[in-house]
Write a protein that binds this ligand. Structure first.
Ligand SMILES: [Zn+2]
Length: 440
């Protein structure tokens, strides 16, 4: 283990290189304090601790985390709006909320200290992928109640980079600004960036001629095939950032320049992987549901929060020298899984299968229907104009290859419909991959 970061690294990244032993001491010290805080100030947590006959003093080692009760998303909804706050409103300087499509949103809170932690992890996120003062970061995450915009904003400013707070949407203006302001990096969802890539030529812009060199992409699951497609078409490096509002927002984990999975900022977020059915801890390297405990969040401590994201922890050293463990790219959420004729399928499997076939574009939608009790899947995928310009036989061949590719990856026979470029609705935020029209 290296004791200090190599000289070429940005000084803000120093905590990324702590010796494991030192890091674990720090984690334990913070864990004890946060459990005490949650116990003293959050009724639901205290109640669950009491039910287990546990007191904050019972937490003596990091392994004792496993004794603590889980927190789940419905806890946030059930205590809407402020029931999980551990600070009085006079100490809370910011509220954010999810834009729930159904029912009440979930609300999250920050003290000034929490905002400081958030700024710190976002600053380290940008530094991890090689950004620094002098970079011009176009922040196309939505500003507002969504945590993406302001989270990235503060981190980029703290790094000393120049921020363009353009927010999401308005594709033409995004591209004009990207070119005229000389953006060197962009933050948005990977699907929105693909949309920008696609629209650029219509404005006479060649992305490969611009100074843009890095994309910090997150807020939706995406695959390695999607990364390769983005990089080939835009000439930039695409980095995966991970976060969720319940924990802090973006900046829970971020890839370094090795692009081998996001490093978790473990000094602030304690990760575990559990079997989502049994709730038991998984063995090292085994895949399961990511559970996170916030080690420093004052306004709203989250103890063993079940993220529903499926991943695995990688403990082997990264070439960059960071001692922080990595998570495997999150290509799927247990929430996104759909069951068709008894088979569990994730949109990311379909995505990987599609992008293997030449002539396809990275825009697709999965339509689920039910006909006389039988589930049907139709995958609509855009293909290049060349495919349609080809003979009917060639079109059929592409469709056949797609069906084969999907079947070999998921074991599922699906109907594939090839559609013209620009047919699938584009999203300015998170892409909608699955349309479930089955009547329950
Ligand atoms: Zn690394």
């Amino acid at each position: 283990m290296k004791k200090s970061p190599p000289a070429t690294f940005h000084p803000v990244s120093t905590p990324d290189f702590l010796p494991r032993e030192r890091l674990e001491e720090l984690q334990l010290q913070r864990l004890k304090a946060i459990v005490r805080r949650a116990y003293d100030h959050v009724e639901l947590f205290r109640k669950r601790m009491n039910e287990r006959d546990l007191e904050p003093g019972d937490i003596r080692s990091l392994a004792d985390v496993a004794k603590l009760p889980f927190t789940v998303k419905t806890d946030l909804r059930d205590t809407y709006p402020f029931g999980l706050f551990a600070s009085p409103m006079k100490d809370i300087v910011r509220l954010h909320a999810s834009t729930g499509t159904t029912g009440k949103p979930i609300v999250v809170a920050y003290t000034r200290e929490d905002i400081g932690v958030w700024e710190n992890v976002m600053m380290r996120s940008f530094a991890a992928c090689g950004l620094h003062a002098g970079d011009v970061i176009q922040n196309a995450y939505g500003y507002g109640l969504f945590t993406g915009g302001l989270g990235a904003h503060y981190g980029a400013e703290a790094l000393g980079a120049t921020v363009i707070p353009i927010s999401g949407g308005n594709t033409q203006r995004q591209l004009m600004v990207m070119k005229d302001f000389g953006a060197t990096a962009i933050c948005c969802t990977p699907s929105y960036f693909l949309h920008l890539v696609e629209q650029a030529p219509e404005l006479g812009i060649r992305l490969k001629d611009l100074p843009l060199r890095a994309g910090v992409f997150g807020a939706e699951p995406w695959t390695e095939s999607m990364r390769r497609r983005i990089e080939a078409e835009s000439g930039i490096k695409a980095y995966d950032i991970y976060g969720l509002s319940e924990i802090i927002g973006p900046g829970v984990a971020m890839e370094c320049r090795c692009q081998s999975g996001p490093h978790i900022f473990e000094d602030w977020f304690y990760p575990e992987i559990i079997n989502s059915e049994t709730g038991k801890l998984c063995a090292d390297g085994e895949e399961g549901e990511l559970v996170l405990t916030t080690l420093g969040k004052q306004a709203m401590p989250m103890i063993r929060y079940r993220t529903r994201d499926i991943t695995a922890l990688a403990s082997e050293p990264c070439e960059c020298g960071r001692t922080l463990r990595r998570i495997k790219r999150i290509g799927r959420r247990s929430d996104d899984m759909f069951i068709i004729r008894g088979v569990n399928v994730y949109p990311s499997q379909i995505e990987t299968a599609l992008l293997k076939v030449e002539g396809t574009l990275p825009h697709y939608q999965i339509i689920l229907t039910r006909d006389q009790g039988l589930d049907e899947v139709e995958v609509q995928v855009e293909v290049t104009r060349d495919v349609f310009g080809d003979t009917i036989g060639a079109v059929d061949q592409v469709r056949h290859n797609l069906c084969k590719s999907i079947e070999s990856l998921t074991g599922l026979r699906v109907n594939v419909r090839l559609v013209q470029p620009q047919t699938i609705p584009r999203s300015e935020g998170k892409a909608k991959r699955v349309v479930d029209q089955r009547k329950m």
